[in-house]
Design a protein around this ligand. Structure first.
Ligand code: NAP
Ligand code: ZN
Ligand code: ZN
Length: 349
């Protein structure tokens, strides 16, 4: 084992602070990664403040990890020292259940092993994430970052990217479809880029009027303010799909009314409290309300190749690790443009 600098929260109310964690030397099928960048997901904030319950402390968050291979285990053939790689939201799963065999490890019958805030399958204790300088991961759960993608702006692809790419693909968004993206944050801005690249006509529905120009610059065709009640009348029955990435409590029924017949509303945002859904909001136009959880390893690699092909990365604001609490506070207010990415070099100094 070797000591690794990290940032951790001691409990749900403690600010993140410098600490040291133990990482294991890579086993035969594992790689050791020197972490260069780690994106800051709203899920980090939900979990570090225990908003979903069951959080494990101390917690080292971070599941949008990009770095370079520092060591490879004896049986690893897919990666070499120096390769640019990524690690997303999970680092292990059972590998034998139907979902694991189908490459949808996020739905593992035994539960995926999250990159942090989970217990490792080998009984060695809690997993610690990317707010640290190094991580040891089984090569089967490591992604290759295609040449040409800037490593800092590629980090958010490992969660915000795959979480929005996966449902757009799975539910079959096609050229000409009308897609609304609710909430222009980390996930939302990636949803806009992907839906536009897939040929959809995209409308951003945002609580922040100040994001109008950005939405259009990101490629959206239209913008509507959700604080204005007239928006919901004007856009009734307008969309084939809605991608809802809002992190806080809001009225699902109001957004369902914007779907046309057979339209699909995809929940990816995970507010801490449940919200009521009126049967009529679904029944009247035979609408679908669905959810989607990140994506499997195979599809994450496919998404990265799609990004390289289409020149897609995240719009990021690079921060030092010491600014993490400020970033969380801004995220809480919806003031993210459009993903904070920690320069892990600031943790090495
Ligand atoms: P984020 O960057 O903070 O963006 C969330 C956006 O929601 C905000 O920028 C804001 O956009 C909007 N919003 C509307 N009302 C809000 C309010 N009252 N308070 C705060 N924001 C409000 O978050 P994110 O990283 O994209 O994550 C979004 C949600 O997805 C989180 O709940 C996260 O846990 C979840 N998530 C789910 C998955 C999955 O697999 N399903 C994966 C990753 C994250 P406007 O200013 O445009 O309104
Ligand atoms: Zn995430
Ligand atoms: Zn499994």
């Amino acid at each position: 084992m070797f000591e690794t600098p990290a940032y951790a929260a001691a409990d749900a109310t403690a600010p993140l602070a410098p600490t040291t964690i133990q990482r294991r030397p890579p086993g035969p099928s594992e790689v050791l990664i020197d972490i260069l960048y780690c994106g800051v997901c709203h899920s980090d904030l939900h979990q570090v403040r225990d908003e979903w319950g069951g959080s494990i402390f101390p917690m080292v968050p971070g599941h949008e990890i990009v770095g370079r291979i520092a060591q490879v285990g004896s049986a690893v053939t897919a990666f070499s020292v120096g390769d640019a790689v990524g690690v997303g939201c999970f680092v292990d799963s059972c590998r034998t259940c139907p979902q694991c065999r189908a490459g949808e490890e996020q739905f593992c019958d035994e539960g995926m092993t999250s990159t942090y805030n989970a217990m490792a399958r080998d009984g060695s204790g809690p997993t610690y994430g990317g707010y640290s300088t190094r991580i040891t991961v089984d090569a089967a759960y490591v992604l290759r970052i295609p040449d040409g993608l800037p490593l800092d702006a590629a980090a958010p692809l490992l969660c915000a990217g795959i979480t929005t790419y996966s449902p757009l693909r799975h539910f079959g968004v096609a050229p000409g479809d009308d897609v609304a993206v609710v909430g222009l944050g980390g996930l939302g801005h990636m949803a806009v880029k992907f839906a536009v690249a897939m040929g959809a006509r995209v409308t951003v529905l945002s609580s922040s009027e100040s994001k109008r120009a950005d939405a259009l610059a990101l490629g959206a065709h239209a913008f509507a303010a959700t604080r204005d009640k007239a928006t919901f009348k004007a856009l009734a029955k307008s969309f084939d799909y809605i991608v809802d990435s809002v992190s806080a409590e809001h009225d699902y029924n109001a957004y369902l009314s914007l779907l046309r017949v057979d339209g699909t509303m995809i929940l990816v945002g995970i507010p801490e409290v449940p919200a009521p859904v009126a049967a009529g909001a679904l029944i009247m136009q035979r609408r679908r309300l669905v959810g989607s959880l990140i994506g499997g390893i195979r599809q994450t690699q496919e998404m990265l190749e799609f990004c390289a092909e289409h020149g897609i990365v995240s719009d990021i604001e690079r921060i030092g690790i010491a600014d993490i609490e400020t970033a969380y506070a801004r995220m809480r207010k919806g003031d993210v443009r459009y993903r904070f990415v920690i320069d892990i070099e600031t943790l090495r100094r």
